[in-house]
Design a protein around this ligand. Structure first.
Ligand SMILES: *Cc1c(COP(=O)(O)O)cnc(C)c1O
Length: 233
C-alpha cells in the first residue's frame, strides 16, 4: 500500500484545488470532472489510481488504450484524448465513452461508419490560440464539423469542445484561451440545441487547470501534477 500513498495524496490535493477554483469561479465543484491522463502510467500503476478514487482515465494512443483498457475494463470510464488518426478510429469507438479530439469532417465520417449502436459521443477540438503545433480546428471550421456530425443521424453526437492551451509560465496568460472556448460553446450551444447538448468543455491540464475551472471547464485533464512535485497554484 505504501507505494500508492503519494498518488493518493496528490489526487486529494488536485481535487481540493479543483473544488477551490470552482467556488472562486462561482461554480459547483461537482460540475467539474477530474480526468487523469493515463499515458504516464503503466498498467501495473493504474490500479493505484482507482484506489485513490479516480474513475475517469483518458488515453492518447489507441494501442495503449487497447492494452490498458483490457486490463481495467470496469474500474474506469475511459476517454480518448490524443490526436485520433482515421485509420485508428475503429479501435477507439466502442472502447471509450467520449472522444475529446475530433478535428476533421473526414474523421466525423469515419467515426460514423464505425460507431456502435447508440452512437459515439465526441468533443470538437478547437485551436483557440492559433499556435501552429497544436491540434484542433480554427473557430471558423467548427460549424462545418457540427453540420457533418448532425448529418450522421445520431451516430456521432457532439457534446461540446476541447482545447490545449499553450504552455506558459503564468497560467493567467492563457485565461483568454479558456474564456474563448467558453464563448464559442455559449454561442453555438444556443443555436444547436436541441440537436446537440454542447455543454462540455474539456480544458485545463496540470499547469493551468485552476484557471480553466474558473473559466468553466467541465473536464480537466491532469497528468504531471500527480507525478512531479505539485507546482501549480
Ligand atoms: C498528456 C495530456 C494531458 C495532461 O497533461 P499534463 O500537462 O501532464 O497535465 C492532457 N491532455 C492531453 C491531450 C494530453 O496529451
Amino acid at each position: 500500500m505504501q507505494a500508492t500513498e503519494p498518488i493518493r495524496e496528490r489526487v486529494e490535493e488536485v481535487r481540493g484545488r479543483i473544488a477551490e477554483a470552482a467556488v472562486e469561479g462561482g461554480r459547483r465543484p461537482e460540475d467539474v470532472r477530474f480526468l487523469v491522463a493515463s499515458k504516464y502510467y503503466e498498467p501495473e500503476q493504474i490500479g493505484a489510481l482507482a484506489d485513490a478514487g479516480i474513475g475517469l482515465l483518458g488515453e492518447n494512443k489507441t494501442d495503449d488504450l487497447v492494452r490498458k483498457q483490457e486490463m481495467f475494463p470496469d474500474a474506469f470510464e475511459w476517454h480518448f484524448i490524443g490526436h485520433l488518426q482515421r485509420r485508428k478510429a475503429k479501435e477507439a469507438v466502442g472502447r471509450v465513452k467520449l472522444i475529446h479530439s475530433v478535428d476533421s469532417v473526414r474523421l466525423v465520417q469515419e467515426l460514423a461508419k464505425r460507431a456502435p449502436e447508440g452512437g459515439i459521443e465526441v468533443l470538437v477540438q478547437v485551436n483557440v490560440s492559433g499556435e501552429e503545433a497544436k491540434y484542433g480546428v480554427p473557430e471558423g471550421e467548427v460549424e462545418p464539423l457540427l453540420e457533418a456530425a448532425a448529418g450522421t443521424g445520431g451516430a456521432v453526437r457532439v457534446r461540446g469542445f476541447s482545447t490545449l492551451a499553450p504552455l506558459v509560465a503564468d497560467p493567467e496568460d492563457v485565461r483568454y484561451v479558456f474564456a474563448k472556448l467558453r464563448a464559442i460553446r455559449d454561442r453555438l450551444g444556443a443555436g444547436w440545441a436541441p440537436d446537440f447538448d454542447l455543454s462540455e468543455l474539456s480544458m485545463g491540464m496540470s499547469n493551468d487547470y485552476a484557471v480553466a475551472v474558473k473559466e468553466g471547464a467541465t473536464i480537466v485533464r491532469i497528468g504531471r501534477a500527480l507525478i512531479e512535485e505539485a507546482r501549480v497554484r
